[in-house]
Ligand binder design. Structure first.
Ligand code: ZN
Ligand code: ZN
Length: 147
């Protein structure tokens, strides 16, 4: 089943033509600030496998890696939708809460758990990484070749 979703007002929609290559809950401080929540559930798909409709506004800042991260949101209703870390080229992150069927999201890991406050509940069954996991291999395998 293809992943699809929208912002709260419906002005921004997306549809993915391939499954997520990476899914996890990010507990970093930036995700907390941007979302106003305890963590951000996010899945990554190949950038060329997602069709986004509607106007997305992008905010760029320096991520935890020191490299720029662009965060995309609906300028009308403010819903946080997308993330494009320069550290993960060819991939786009999508906030799982924006899915038409949020049950399609299956988190594989918790990342940046060293930044989680005590009230931030986590699934004890998921692998935990204090910061970023060593994930170059699975990411590279999941990205379709463009040339
Ligand atoms: Zn909207
Ligand atoms: Zn984060």
């Amino acid at each position: 089943m293809n992943l699809s979703g929208s912002c709260l007002c419906g002005a921004v929609t997306y549809a993915c033509s391939s499954p997520a290559v990476l899914s996890g809950n990010c507990h970093c401080l930036d995700c907390k600030k941007a979302s106003g929540s305890g963590y951000v559930p996010v899945f990554f798909v190949a950038e060329n496998a997602i069709t986004i409709r509607g106007e997305v506004k992008w905010y760029e800042h320096a991520g935890a890696s020191g490299k720029p991260v662009r965060r995309g949101f609906c300028p009308h209703c403010g819903s946080q939708m997308f993330g494009k870390p320069a550290a993960m080229p060819k991939l786009i992150g999508v906030r799982a809460g924006s899915l038409d069927d949020p049950a399609q999201y299956e988190p594989q890991v918790d990342i940046y758990t060293s930044r989680a406050p005590t009230w931030d509940c986590m699934d004890p069954a998921l692998p935990k990484f204090a910061e970023m996991p060593p994930m170059q291999e699975p990411v590279q395998q999941g990205v379709p070749k463009t040339d």
